[in-house]
Design a protein around this ligand. Sequence first.
Ligand code: 9PG
Length: 518
Amino acid sequence: MTDTNTHRWTLPIVPDTLRVLTNGYQSWSEAELRPLTDTPRQALFQWMTDQGQDPAFPPSDQAGVWRSHTLIALLRPDGSGWVGCLRDATRTFAHWEVRAGTSSVDVTCVLEGADADVAFEETADVQTTLEQLSGELGRAMGARTPAPLRVWCSWYSYYRDITLDTMLKNARLAHEHGLPFDVFQLDDGFQADLGDWFEPSSWFGGHAKDLPAQLRELGFRAGLWLAPFLVGPESKLRAAHPEWLLQAEDGTPLLFGNNWGGPYHALDTTHPEALAWLRDLAATCRTWGYDYLKVDFLYAGSHPGKRHDPAVSRAEAYRMGLQALRDGFGEDGFLLGCGAPLASSIGLVDAMRTGPDVTPFWDDEARRVLLGDGAVPSARSALHTALTRWYQHTWYQPDPDVMIARRERSLLNDHERGALLGLLDVMGGLRASSDPMELLDEVGLELLRRSLDLSTPDRPRTLTESYGGAVTHFTRGTFNLLNTAVSGLGAHSYSGVPVPEEDLPSQPVAADLREVHA
Ligand code: 9PG
C-alpha cells in the first residue's frame, strides 16, 4: 500500500442485535445485510479471491468481523445506527472494518492512496443517511447517469461460442418481433486472445468490425465486450510488450485469477505506452462503428503488484486506465463497467454491473457454500448483491444483469424468473437479455417484453427485516431469497405488495409472474 491514513471509532454498544450492511469491492463481490455476529467467508482458492474480492482486503473469515469498501452501515433493530462513507474515491480506496467485541464495536477505516475526507455519522435513520452520503459521493465525482438502455448480450446463451451469424440471426428475429432493444452487444468469444482484440477467433466467422453496419440497418446500436486490462499468457501482446505488464515483486510479469483455462496477466496502467495503447483500442472500436462498450474484468487495473510508476496508488492506477478508455472512446460513447471497483469508476462509466453474473439456475452451492466463494455467478448471487446496492443509482446506471425469460435451456422456475423480473424493476437501470430469440414462445416473448419496460429505482421499505442476508423488502414488493416459503412468499420469489395509496411509486408495481402465465 502507498500512503495510508487510519480512522478509528469505538461504539459503546452490545453487538448481539446489530446488523451490518456491506458493499464489496468490485461488481461481483458480495454486498450483504447480515447479523453482525455472523461469519463472512473467505474463498478456499486464491484465484476466487483474485476474481471476486480485493485480494489486499479480502473477507475476514472471522465471526463478527466484517469488511466493506467505500461505505458501511451498522443498524439497530429500530433502523437507527451508524453510516460511514468515503467522500471522494478518485484517488483513494476506503477499507472499512467493523469488529464486534463483548460490549462494544470497533470501527476502522483505512485509506489506501491519497488522503480523503471520510464521513462517519450516528443517525436515527440509517437508510436515509446512507442514501444521502452515497448520493453526495456520486455528485462529488461527477456521476454520469444517462438514460438507461435495453441491451441484448450474447454471453448468457452462447458463451464463447458466439459467431457473427448468430448475432445477426438474433438481431433479425428481434427486429421481426418488434422488440424494443436499443443495443445488440457482442460478448467474449470474437477475439483471438486477451489483448489480441483486432484479430478474430477461429470460430467467429468474420470480424467484429463487420457487425455494426448490419446491426444499424436493423435499427440497433452496436455494443462490444472487451477485457481491456487483461493480457493472455500466449497472446501476441504479451510477446510484444512484456514491459507493459503488472509485475510481481521479483520483476516478472504477474499471473493471477483463473478463467479461459488458467491465470492471466494485467496491463500496468501507469505505463505511458500501455495507456496510449488503451486509448487507441477504445478509439479503434469506435471507428469500427461501436458506440457501446462493456469493459470487463476491470479490477485487473488495480490488482496489487509492482508498477512502472511506484508512486501511483492502486486506486489512481485504475482510474488512469479507465480515463484512457474514456478518452479513446469519446465523451458521447456509452461505457458499461463490469468486474470493476465500484466507487472508483464514478464519473467515467455510464453504467455499472452491480452484482455477479445471472445464470440459468438458482444457486451454485458447491462453489458458494463448500468453497466459500460468495461472488460465484448465479441468479441468487445476482439478486443478493445487486439488491443490497440499491443506492448506487446515483453513481451510474445500475446494471443488475440479464433477465432469463426462456424456459428451455434453463433450470429456473416461474418464481425464480419472477424474482429476476422484480430485480430489474426495483433497480430501475439497464435492461438486458441474452435469450436466443428462436427459443421464445408467446409466453417467453411476453415476459421478455415486460423485462424491457424501463422503471425508476425503488427504495427499500426497511433494512431491519430481510429474507436472506440481503436487502429484500422494497416499497414495490418483497423478495424471498430463502430456500423456504416465508409469510406466504414462495422460496426464491418476488411479489408486489399492496402499499398505501400515498406511498405508491410513480411506476407500476411489478406483479408476480402468475399474471403472465394466467
Ligand atoms: C465473459 C463474461 C461475461 C459476463 C461477465 C464476466 O468468477 N468468475 O469465474 C467469473 C467468470 C466470468 C464472469 C464473471 C465471473 O463473467 O460478468 O457478463 O461478459 O465475463 O467472459
